[in-house]
Design a protein around this ligand. Structure first.
Ligand code: 0X9
Ligand code: ZN
Length: 406
């Protein structure tokens, strides 16, 4: 073998080997949770990777490494939480998906695609391309640079009408929630295609709120959730962006860098989060709707995450959310529930929706948890992208219609 071909072989092997193996990782599923079990689940969720949003009346799923499995099983047994093994081995599925996706990435797509998951630079270039193609209505805003030198981009879509209300959407704040950027891209497609939508409001859409994290899920670890900010423990980088906003930020255990919900050393310590938060504050006068698109759970969550006490306009939040859920259900029967984020005692602090509502005074603030799929939640097969965006867009449109009419 020539020197060049051995180098190429090593590079190919290197890039394959570099992707984190989930061989032997299991996904455990509990019986529907009772309110008595929630404090335990809440505590466990600081140390183990619970998927979706655990809540009363719903089963919880947790991903465990071979080392963690006996600990979590013992904890469940101690608390008398019955459970089963949902996925006995995540490894093969993750490897298959990775190979499939790598084979299809394009360099510079002018149109968003919905039959496969687009890569990080592919989405970033797509945003730039839209701004170049539609300079009269589309502007690329760069909110900040990330620790790894990527850009947090927002596409502004506007007819330039003075004094309009504004709407915000972000996707993939949690890196592994791959089903979410396609929803942002679909919103962009619709708003570019329909001038009437731009006469209703100005639209700000961030398809990749956490580009470092998303890139890491594409190239290295499919189930990475956080940013990639360095922490004092070099083995555990990353901040949970949805615990780092400057609203009731809570340090928790300040050295628990490895936690999936590590909130950072202080509010806004993640530059991505500070940039998005400050953008919301800077535009607080015009913003009437904040939507964070996450997965998974088929829920439309409204503030707050730290209390089940109703907020002043809870009736309107529920009415708008219900209009959205009805429009989603009308497409293919998928049922989204409209819920207070803290329902079921899964309390959170420093989340983006609560920040927008509580600090930015954005009257309508939501987190959408889209459908799950795939090996247990965060990895729906690419064939589900199209049906998901086809049902969620009418839901977003109904939400926007309600918010702008009220
Ligand atoms: O826990 C989260 O950050 C969100 N769920 S996810 O599974 N995508 O991580 C839910 C956030 C809902 N909003 C608040 N709790 N404020
Ligand atoms: Zn999320």
């Amino acid at each position: 073998m020539s020197k060049l071909s051995s180098i190429i072989l090593l590079m190919v092997l290197g890039s394959t080997l570099a992707y984190k193996s989930y061989s032997g990782y299991q996904v455990l599923k509990t019986a529907p949770l009772t309110s008595a079990s929630m404090p335990y689940i809440n505590r466990l969720s600081k140390h183990f990777d619970f998927w979706g949003t655990p809540g009363v009346g719903r089963p919880a799923t947790v991903m465990v490494s071979p080392e963690q499995a006996p600990l979590v099983v013992a904890a469940f047994n101690r608390m008398r939480i019955s459970h089963e093994v949902l996925i006995p081995d995540l490894g093969p599925e993750v490897e298959r998906e990775h190979g499939e996706r790598k084979a299809t990435e394009e360099a510079n797509p002018r149109v968003a695609v919905y039959d496969r998951y687009m890569g990080c630079s592919e989405i970033q270039m797509h945003i730039a391309q839209l701004a170049l193609t539609y300079p009269d209505i589309a502007t690329e805003l760069v909110l900040t640079n990330t620790p790894e030198g990527r850009k947090v981009k927002v596409l502004k879509l506007s007819n330039g009408n003075a004094g309009q209300k504004a709407l915000w959407f972000d996707c993939a704040m949690h890196a592994r929630e791959w089903i979410t950027p396609p929803v942002c891209l679909r919103i962009i497609d619709e708003v570019i295609a329909d001038p009437a939508l731009r006469d209703m409001a100005d639209w700000y859409i961030a398809p990749l709120a956490n580009p470092d994290g998303y890139n890491y899920t594409i190239n290295t670890d499919r189930f990475w959730r956080k940013t990639r900010s360095p922490n004092p423990d070099p083995n555990c980088p990353g901040i949970d962006p949805n615990r780092n906003f400057d609203f009731l930020w809570d340090a928790g255990n300040p050295t628990d860098y490895c936690s999936e919900v590590y909130p950072g050393t202080n509010a806004f310590s993640a530059p991505e989060v500070a940039a998005i938060g400050n953008f919301i504050l800077d535009n607080a006068d015009s913003l009437v709707l904040y939507v964070a698109i996450h997965s998974y759970g088929e829920q439309i969550l409204y503030p707050y995450g730290h209390t089940v006490e109703p907020v002043p306009n809870v009736d309107q939040l529920i009415a708008a959310g219900t209009a959205s859920a009805d429009a989603i259900a009308a497409v293919a029967g998928t049922t989204y529930t409209v819920e207070n984020s803290a329902a079921g005692l899964y309390f959170t602090y420093g989340a983006s929706d609560d920040f927008a509502y509580g600090r930015g005074a954005v009257q309508y603030a939501y987190t959408y948890e889209l459908s799950g799929g795939g090996s247990a939640g965060f990895d729906p097969p690419a064939s589900l992208i199209q049906p998901v965006v086809d049902e969620v867009w009418p839901g977003i449109k109904a939400l926007v219609d309600y918010v702008l009419a009220n």
